[in-house]
Design a protein. Structure first.
Length: 759
């Protein structure tokens, strides 16, 4: 007999054979916003953490529960909490003209990882079938537009469900939540590319209840498309025996029982299934919980909580008395008591000089009653992100030594941007987008190939037909050879013609790969064609297409691209570097940098002039886990203006960081491994950059914000990337010496105004 109180006893929680999870789990679907948890929600979370459930995704089943789920994701600090925003088919009858707009607003929340629970339920028809279909289709379209995952519900409506899904091109994973169907329904979902969520239903061993049948189907599910969930407070695992200790209310602490039954059905160790399902959840919902996969159950989130407050205390502990006080505009980081409404944990960050590790931030609520909630949240999002970015910089040693005045970058709110930020993710794509569009046909050709590479990232059924349409459009553009080569300098016409021939041949190979439905070959060949297109664009781009502001006209500028080789040695050790080309340890590390003057002509020109002067010869490197810092300490009065070309902009903006939280993104992002940028000068130097000191950024997406962006994205002016030898960045150590920096090409693109040349 089930417990009448619904309370979870320790005996039920840790009863054999499940007990604590062997490693950290993610509950991908629980109704924590349900009123049954109102009286003991804190205890529920604590019990789940004790049982090894290290992260939750709270299900939104209507606008009310979606809003509540968003609030819980902000309030709960013991474990990372994410949520979905959607309308369950039972509640479809309550939808109106403002529903999708409200869901879109909720989906923009940085902790919202999917649209749903949405779908069809013809079992009880609490909403008319045609109404369910209408709002199911509308939510699919919303998810596709926002590039959000889908959290799906289907019961007794498999054919109609599949038909509606096929009408849409999905742009992110789709998860069939709480699957309880038969073999035909499973095969239909798998054919649609869906991931499968398994609940405590699989633990019901009673005859004719479906649990045993579901258990028998589990081996048919691809291992990397299987996840586990509780759907609490429903579907309590019936494997908790004797029944007298089984609670009537399910909760996330019982997820290990689901794990045990799934592992038993698959014939695999619990540890292996736990790691695989957590890995899948991490990937599908883009949770950035990589530490959980390796078995580390401590929470190391890569984003700040949203809070309604303005005061933050940051503790850096080298000794018990170590305290740093930082001032960032309205934000004051000072010592505070531990009576905090919200706790935000930062990833552990160590610096060999300061010997400090980032400890919890404690945020004290100071909401202003006259400020609308949305405005307050926007403001505090930026403040929380600023604090987090400051702590990163402090731990990396970029804020100076503890006894010295602290200098820091302008606030960055990238951590709180949408997880689907449209920003280049590779060196090639970033540099390609920075080339000015002197020939519209070539730019359209580039767009066709980039569309193909984007569609290849869709994890479900690849839209091969639309990709073939992109190739056809590209071939049509290529057939107009005269228009394609318009604007090419006379001396480069033959080379441009050769590139056009290579592009034409490459398109034929892409067509063959698409016909063969081979995503790997399609990706490789499409990217090869894109490299040829970029080469053609560079031939047709004689210089920068805008005027330099008058106040900076006397500075050196780079009217295009330059290539620099950076040769590094390690004193007194001989062979020290392992290169990708093999051959054992090498005495030198050789990195090649592409410097882009199209997006940052002043910064790039200054850097190339420094290289020509030999400024960096015999300079020692200062390496940390996030960057390699190069060059002398910045001198007051020698600063450059901060220079950033925003994505979609025509010319750079000067002396102003980008507002990443509001959607401003750079053409050359910092959030790419091997980004090259000038450091910030010390002191109150907002809007300025050092003229001599630069750094190579070792971006790690696992330590990034929810958008997959660096926390200080938009605050540094990136002017290039390491394009060869990037694997050597992690091998560079403090004390390594630059033997030489060689300007390989681009000297003819460097322009030094006459006034400075005479000095």
């Amino acid at each position: 007999m089930a417990s009448t109180s619904g309370a979870l006893s320790d005996q039920a929680l840790f009863t054999y054979p499940a007990g604590r999870a062997p490693c950290s789990l993610v509950d991908i679907g629980l109704n924590l916003a349900d009123s049954s948890f109102d009286k003991d929600r804190t205890e529920v979370v604590s019990r789940a953490k004790t049982a090894g459930v290290a992260a939750f995704i709270v299900t939104g089943s209507c606008l009310k529960t979606s809003r509540k789920a968003a609030e819980l994701s902000e309030e709960i600090s013991e474990v990372p909490v994410y949520f979905t925003a959607g309308v369950h088919p039972h509640n479809a009858k309550d939808c109106n003209g403002g529903t999708i707009e409200e869901l879109q607003r909720l989906a923009a929340h940085p902790r919202c990882v999917a649209v749903g629970e949405c779908g069809l339920d013809f079992n009880r028809n609490f909403s008319p079938p045609e109404v369910q279909k209408k709002w199911f289709s509308a939510q699919i379209a919303l998810a596709a537009r926002l590039r959000k995952s889908l959290f799906l519900h289907c019961r007794d409506a498999s054919d109609e469900f599949a038909e509606i899904l096929r009408q849409h091109t999905l742009t992110a994973p789709a998860v069939a939540h709480c699957f309880t169907g038969n073999r035909a329904e499973l095969e239909s979902l798998l054919a649609l590319g869906c991931y499968i969520g398994i609940t405590g239903w699989v633990c019901d061993d009673r005859p004719h209840r479906g649990g045993a049948e579901l258990a028998a189907l589990l081996p048919q599910i691809p291992y990397d498309r299987l996840m586990i969930e509780t759907d609490a407070p429903y579907l309590t695992p019936r494997t908790i025996k004797p029944s007298r200790i089984r609670p009537s209310r399910n909760e996330p602490a019982l997820l290990p029982h689901v794990l045990h039954q799934v592992a038993k059905s698959l014939g695999k160790p619990m540890e292996e299934v736990a790691e695989q399902t957590t890995r899948t959840a991490n990937s599908v919902f883009d949770l950035h919980l990589d530490g959980l996969i390796s078995g580390d159950s401590s929470w190391k989130p890569h984003a700040a909580h949203i809070v309604t407050g303005r005061r933050v205390a940051c503790f850096l502990s080298g000794t018990p008395d170590t305290e740093l006080e930082l001032i960032l505009g309205k934000l004051c980081l000072v010592k505070q008591p531990y009576e905090a409404t919200t706790t935000m944990l930062a990833p552990g960050m160590q610096d060999p000089t300061l010997r400090t590790v980032a400890k919890p931030f404690h945020l004290i609520s100071e909401p202003r009653a006259e400020t609308p909630l949305h405005d307050t949240l926007q403001t505090t999002q930026r403040l929380a992100a600023s604090a987090f970015a400051a702590c990163q910089l402090a731990a990396a040693g970029w804020l100076g030594i503890a006894a010295a005045p602290l200098s820091l970058a302008p606030p960055a709110a990238a951590v709180l941007n949408s997880p689907n930020a449209q920003i280049p993710r590779s060196v090639d794509s970033a540099l390609r987008r920075a080339i000015p569009a002197f020939n519209a046909e070539v730019k359209d050709l580039q767009g066709c190939l980039e569309d193909i590479t984007f569609k290849l990232r869709i994890p479900q059924r690849k839209p091969w037909g639309t990709m073939q349409g992109d190739v056809t459009k590209a071939q049509l553009l290529l057939s107009k050879r005269d228009q394609l080569l318009r604007g090419t300098p006379v001396e480069s016409v033959d080379y441009a013609g050769t590139l056009a021939d290579d592009i034409e041949a490459g398109l034929r190979s892409v067509t063959a790969a698409i016909d063969a439905r081979d995503p790997d070959k399609t990706s490789l060949r499409a990217n090869r064609v894109l490299r040829d297109i970029a080469s053609l664009e560079l031939v047709q781009a004689p210089g920068i297409p805008y005027l330099i502001p008058k106040e900076y006209a006397s500075r050196p500028r780079l009217n295009g691209r330059a290539v620099v080789d950076m040769v590094v040695e390690r004193p007194n050790t001989g062979d020290a570097f392992l290169t990708r080309g093999g051959g054992g340890l090498q005495p030198q590390a050789r990195l090649q940098l592409v410097v882009d003057g199209y997006s940052a002509p002043i910064t790039a020109g200054n850097f190339i002039q420094n290289v020509q002067k030999g400024m960096y010869k015999d300079i020692k490197l200062n390496s940390s886990y996030i960057s390699v810092l190069v060059g002398p300490q910045p001198k007051p009065g020698s600063e450059l203006p901060l220079e950033i070309l925003p994505l979609g902009g025509y010319e750079p903006i000067y002396r102003s960081a980008l507002d990443v939280a509001s959607g401003e993104l750079p053409v050359l992002p910092l959030s790419i491994y091997g980004a090259v940028a000038m450091a910030h000068p010390p002191g109150d130097a907002e809007g300025l950059a050092a003229s001599d000191q630069f750094f190579l950024y070792k971006f790690d997406r696992a330590a990034s914000g929810l958008a997959g962006l660096a926390f200080d994205e938009g605050t540094f002016g990136v002017f290039g990337y390491v394009t060869q030898g990037a694997e050597l960045l992690q091998q560079l150590a403090s004390g390594d010496v630059i033997k030489e920096m060689i300007l390989i090409s681009g000297a003819d693109r460097l322009q030094i105004p006459d006034a400075e040349a005479r000095q």
